[in-house]
Design a protein around this ligand. Structure first.
Ligand SMILES: [Zn+2]
Ligand SMILES: [Zn+2]
Length: 253
């Protein structure tokens, strides 16, 4: 299994339009972050979790030629705005792209992309097949995905565990019960937005505290804002088992 971090940035992306802070002006490629998303290659099957506004660019620069399914964490635009671009895979593969998400997220997609789900469809629009999931493990093409129900302020969001890999973005709360599903994971990808408190995301310190409870072998932080500071400076303050993720990072398990 190979997990590729397609993007590690926040809703506005980094650099932030109009910002001249040292992170937004940095020439270190690790400080340049598209919206948070991950690609999973599992025994030749190709999955993407979230299709944010940068989806097309992310798939192009990573050279991903095939897409078997899309899973969504939640309905925020920085995680869904690129859905229209899956049409490229409809053309390549000659079939619908299956999408997996909570009922609430599916209905939001049907509202925002009404043309995709219209009865009379315009030619060439994306072909998507909706699959409703709940907080129970499910299989796609023989691969087992376990949802992890977390909170993003008050909004329920799904993280996912696949084998020894756990992906948790856009959260600032996880119950002890859901945490049980995460224990034993080797690789953890976790939301760590910034240093200062935030209403709906873990801060760097809160994320570190959660990592200490879970004790994975290796953790990568994602969904970082420009306010977190320079990649190389932040990493100096982290233990070796915790790194800041960066766009394009491949994690092989
Ligand atoms: Zn969000
Ligand atoms: Zn987000």
């Amino acid at each position: 299994m190979i997990a590729t971090l397609l993007g590690t940035g926040t809703s506005s992306g980094v650099p932030l339009i109009g910002c001249a802070c040292e992170v937004c002006r940095s020439i270190d490629f690790r400080d340049k972050r598209l919206r948070t998303s991950v690609h999973l290659d599992i025994d030749g099957r190709s999955f993407v979790v979230d299709t944010g506004p940068d989806f097309r660019q992310q798939m192009l620069r990573t050279g991903i030629q095939r897409l078997d399914a899309v899973l969504f964490t939640h309905e925020h635009k920085d995680h869904t705005a690129g859905l229209d671009e899956v049409r490229a895979y409809n053309f390549l593969q000659g079939k619908d792209v299956p999408v997996y998400a909570h009922k609430r997220v599916l209905s939001q997609l049907q509202t925002e992309y009404a043309y995709i789900f219209a009865e009379k469809k315009y030619p060439g629009i994306p072909r998507i097949q909706l699959n409703e999931i709940s907080n129970e493990a499910f299989e796609i093409e023989g691969v087992l995905f376990t949802p992890i129900d977390v909170l993003h302020h008050r909004l329920p969001v799904f993280g996912y565990r696949i084998h020894n890999f756990t992906y948790l973005t856009d959260l600032n709360y996880i119950s002890d019960e859901e945490l049980e599903k995460v224990y034993g994971t080797q690789i953890l990808v976790l939301d760590a937005l910034q240093i200062e408190p935030h209403i709906s995301h873990f801060t760097l310190d809160q994320a570190i505290a959660l990592v200490e409870r879970i004790q994975p072998e290796q953790t990568y932080f994602v969904h970082m804002s420009h306010k977190i500071g320079l990649h190389r400076e932040v990493e100096k303050r982290l233990p070796a088992s915790i790194r800041l993720g960066y766009d394009g990072l491949k994690i092989t398990m």
